[in-house]
Write a protein that binds this ligand. Structure first.
Ligand code: BES
Ligand code: MN
Ligand code: ZN
Length: 501
């Protein structure tokens, strides 16, 4: 979709449709909506007084203009209650409106910049939210369908603004929003891709492609190199698969003169999680193609950073492998040695995410990364706790966690911090090794996080458990059914914040 900003009057745009808006409870619309209403001889206010248009958030009403203005149709997009208005509402409403336009066969549309007027939001941020909402809300994954469905794409969105200064800011916002949205879209594509087409090798190729396009450094460590580094924990997961494991390292260097000004992003890259010998039940197992969502998100965050160019060095590390059962697979009770030297008793081969992350986190420390965030579809238990609404956040450093929480607010992605009291440590104490990889049913997400914390040691670290939010069950706001691309935009905002200091 082409998104452009243009100076002018929304009522004068000669396109398939124009989008205006309405806060809940407003009976006599003002501003651009009022002007369009007058041009339509009061058609919008008539719908309002009849109770058919109420301005509820996500409500979309399509009117035909019958030649009274140049555009063929007007979409009235509900903004919800004025007191609850925010940038995230702009993102959500734009997404819903663009899907409504597409359903109606609209190819070219113009919109006003929701919130940049009476809403009181900065035009830059509004431009960003509109681009994100439009591009993420109309996302589809159709490359594996032999017959492309014959619905039209919404090909062009024009953001129309009267004020020259605001138009300039909107334009810059759209540029940034597109970068963030395109990185999120690539993440969704990688996650939606089935596991036979998104093997560790293919994920490594995707990282190499990002590096080639954006001029980044990339390194892919093969099994032999990981063996030499002593990554017995990562490799224990790969034992059951015929697909070769890959440790993917993708680096953006925005501050080459200060190598210590850096951030590590470690992402779980299980391209299919069958559970291994501790085999999962068949129901919904196909969803485990998405068990590399954390890995995809860190690679795509680095892609966006390469375009936004903040003054910070960011390295993504993705331990990628399948987790499958076979005659050579790791068995419950096996003890493996991680790169840090710690021994791990594998109680359950389905708790494989923490095993691959242990070595990846250790490798991040070896590379000299001074703070890190890991992203993982780690536990089903996080869905029990937080559902599909918030990401679980764990940390050994409140300062870094606070930065991430603020980045999340800027992105409109939601987090909830869970505790890490040292009493949880004893749940993963092993009889035979230094640590075991499961802590029983209670506090499942916390013991999973605690396991990784033992390998982060004294490096400031945040763990994001995205197992509840990596896939959306339905189209809702800027999410569509399938991969969400969370937390790509938060990670980008985090790096921007850390660089600005
Ligand atoms: N990849 C799963 C977690 C998961 C479950 C992600 C559902 C998305 C949806 C992870 O590897 C796993 O299997 N975790 C186990 C841990 C347990 C064995 C301690 C779980 O959550 O059951
Ligand atoms: Mn598992
Ligand atoms: Zn897993």
């Amino acid at each position: 979709m082409d998104i452009r900003v243009s100076r002018g009057d929304i009522a004068q745009q000669a396109l398939d449709a124009i989008v205006v808006n309405l806060f809940e409870g407003v009976e006599h619309p003002g501003g651009a909506t009022g002007a369009v209403d007058r041009a339509l001889d009061g058609a919008i206010s008539a719908l309002i007084s009849d109770g058919e248009v109420r301005g509820k958030k996500g409500e979309n009403t399509l009117l035909h203009t019958l030649g009274r203005i140049p555009a063929k149709r007007v979409l009235v997009a509900g903004l919800g209650k004025q007191g609850e208005f925010s940038l995230d509402v702009v993102r959500q409403v734009t997404a819903e409106a663009c899907r409504a336009l597409r359903r109606a066969g609209v190819k070219r549309a113009a919109t006003i910049a929701h919130g940049a007027g009476i809403g009181g939001l900065s035009a830059l941020a509004v431009g960003q939210a509109i681009a994100e909402g439009a591009l993420l809300g109309t996302y589809t994954f159709t490359r594996l369908k032999s017959r492309q469905e014959d619905h039209q794409e919404l090909a062009e969105l024009l953001v129309v603004e009267r004020d020259a200064d605001k138009a300039k800011e909107l334009d810059e916002g759209v540029r940034i929003g597109r970068i963030l949205a395109e990185a999120t879209v690539l993440c969704r594509d990688l996650v939606n891709e089935p596991a036979n087409r998104m093997t560790p090798t293919r994920l490594a190729e995707a990282a190499q492609e990002i590096a080639r396009v954006h001029g980044l450094e990339v390194q892919v460590l093969e099994r032999a190199q990981c063996e030499e580094l002593g990554m017995g924990s990562f490799l224990s997961v790969a034992r059951g698969s015929v697909e070769p494991p890959k440790l993917i390292v993708l680096s953006y260097r925005g501050d080459p003169d200060s190598p210590e000004n850096n951030l590590g992003l470690v992402g779980k890259g299980i391209t299919f999680d069958s559970g291994g010998i501790s085999l999962k039940p068949a129901a919904n197992m196909e969803e485990m193609k998405a068990d590399m969502a954390g890995g995809a998100s860190v690679l795509c965050a680095v892609k966006a950073l390469a375009q936004l160019k903040p003054k910070i060095n960011v390295t993504a590390i993705v331990p990628a492998t399948e987790n499958l059962p076979s005659g050579s697979a790791t068995k419950p009770g096996d003890v493996v040695r991680a790169m840090s030297g710690k021994t791990i008793e594998v109680i359950n081969t389905d708790a494989e995410g923490r095993l691959v992350l242990a070595d990846a986190v250790c490798y991040a420390r070896k590379l000299g990364l001074r703070r890190m965030v890991d992203v993982a579809t780690l536990t089903g238990a996080i869905s029990v706790a937080l559902g599909d609404v918030r990401v679980g956040l764990f940390t050994n450093n409140q300062g870094l966690a606070d930065e991430l929480l603020k980045a999340g607010e800027a992105a409109g992605e939601r987090y909830w911090q869970l505790p890490m009291d040292e009493e949880y440590r004893e749940l993963i104490t092993s009889q035979v090794a230094d640590i075991k990889n499961t802590g029983g049913r209670n506090a499942g997400s916390i013991t999973g996080a605690y396991f990784i914390k033992e390998f982060a040691e004294d490096t400031p670290w945040v763990h994001l458990d995205i197992a509840g939010v990596d896939m959306s069950e339905k189209d809702k706001g800027y999410l569509v059914k399938g991969a969400s691309g969370i937390p790509v935009r938060t990670l980008v905002h985090l790096a921007l914040r850390l660089a600005a200091r």
